[in-house]
Design a protein around this ligand. Structure first.
Ligand SMILES: [Zn+2]
Length: 155
């Protein structure tokens, strides 16, 4: 991954490809989803007992929707972290740290999780996503990211 990123560094300077090691985070809560994904919450607001289990169920739910269309992912050893930041690296709502097997999501931005899972399946590039993945996102999730992905028919 590191070597690929070095070779592609100029082409993907804006994608965050070079930073595939997750920054440290001290979890306020952590648990395991029923499909074996580690879930960590950066913050647990007062009065939200059971938030980690609920979050883990959401992770499994979006994983199931993704895998139903795109096939099973090997996510053993992967961690999904729910962060408190409003965005990452400018305007990103999710980040996949491949070398650390970690996905960071902005709190409540579930619609972004399938995008990050697609990075796990296809790598750091968005090449080809406009033709296949993006139309599925719009139909399945009601999420239009043609503009973000630079698709020709962005609107
Ligand atoms: Zn992406």
């Amino acid at each position: 991954m590191r070597r690929d990123c070095a070779l592609l560094a100029l082409a993907v300077a804006l994608s965050g490809c070079g930073a595939s090691i997750a920054p440290p985070m001290t979890p306020a809560a952590q648990c395991k989803s029923s499909t074996g994904i580690a879930v960590q919450l950066e913050s647990v607001p007062a009065g939200t007992n059971g938030l980690c289990a609920w979050t883990a169920a959401m992770v499994d739910g979006f994983r199931a929707r993704y895998e139903q269309r795109w096939g099973a992912l090997a996510l053993d050893g992967w961690t999904v972290r729910i962060r408190t930041a409003a965005t990452f690296s400018g305007d990103h709502l999710g980040t996949t740290w491949t070398d650390s097997r970690t996905i960071d999501l902005v709190d409540s931005q579930w619609v972004i999780l399938p995008h990050e899972l697609n990075h796990v399946r296809t790598g750091s590039s968005h090449d080809g996503w406009c033709a296949e993945f993006e139309p599925w996102e719009e139909t399945e999730l009601g999420y239009n990211e043609r503009g973000y992905l630079g698709c020709q028919d962005a609107h």
